[in-house]
Design a protein around this ligand. Structure first.
Ligand code: FPP
Length: 251
């Protein structure tokens, strides 16, 4: 689904660190799990809006490798939410041509959740609409280590020369291989941290930190973020276009 009027300011790939569920609930005197419930409703709203805007890739940081250190009850709540989210939403996602992918250490996810995740990936794998990356048990350093191991094995077997190792090869070996790097990273709840998310892929992304908890982030905020993005000048390390001095005609 695309809205051609808005396509000009829409980033191809948006990555989101959905932070602040716990604080959102605490600020109301509620249990953290209620923040996660509300957060998962927002996930649905944002996926729909991103698809409507014509975003090609949406990456959502749902659960990091470090999040396993949270209390068991909270980890179980998050895993249950992921499972029920996929069960409830996958038919609509599939009908809209969304291709669901999961980036991270799938083997660490409880078997019952993994089964639903795998079914959803298989079900939507041939779709050619928006790519929706759920980053679950995801850690960027681990992802890079995995890629380095593949490179080392190929060098050891003689399939690859060290001189042939380049940025394109490393990019292709990351979980995001084949996808464009994020144009825009949004982090909610005001923290200025990357938190082990897409360390390689974010090299030239525009970063937008919003002073709002994830459960308060909605479709309008996503549209505003896209508009904000369209006003940024992306130079990828180059110099800005030199303005002409008055009196000098352009040739
Ligand atoms: C950060 O908030 C958020 C998470 C660790 C998980 C994100 C999960 C969801 C948005 C809901 C479930 C997702 C899906 C796809 C159904 P936090 O708990 O760290 O908040 P805090 O920093 O205020 O404590």
């Amino acid at each position: 689904m695309t809205d051609s009027a808005s396509e000009s300011f829409v980033p191809q790939h948006i990555a989101i660190i959905m932070d602040g569920n716990g604080r959102w609930a605490n600020s109301r005197g509620w249990k953290r799990s209620l923040g996660h419930y509300r957060g998962s409703a927002k996930v649905k709203e944002i996926i729909r809006e991103a698809d409507k805007l014509g975003v090609k890739v949406l990456s959502l940081y749902c659960f990091s490798t470090e999040n396993w250190r949270r209390p068991l009850e909270e980890v179980e709540t998050l895993m249950r939410l992921l499972k029920s989210f996929l069960i409830k939403e996958r038919d609509e996602l599939h009908a809209n041509g969304v291709q669901v992918r999961v980036l991270g250490q799938l083997e660490k996810i409880p078997a019952a959740v993994r089964a639903i995740v795998t079914e959803t990936i298989d079900m939507t794998s041939k779709n050619n609409g928006m790519v929706l990356n759920f980053c679950i048990s995801y850690g960027s350093r681990h992802e890079i280590v995995d890629a380095v191991k593949v490179v080392a094995e190929r060098v050891q077997s003689g399939e690859l020369k060290p001189s042939e190792i380049n940025e394109e090869l490393i990019s292709s070996l990351l979980y995001t291989g084949g996808l464009p790097d994020p144009d825009l990273l949004i982090r909610t709840s005001g923290e200025f941290r990357i938190s082990n998310f897409f360390l390689w892929q974010l090299a030239y992304s525009e970063i937008l930190i919003l002073d709002k908890y994830w459960p308060d982030f909605g479709a309008e905020d996503l549209r505003n973020a896209c508009q904000h993005f369209s006003r940024r000048e992306r130079r990828f390390g180059a110099t800005p276009p030199t303005p002409l001095r008055p009196g000098i005609a352009a040739t």
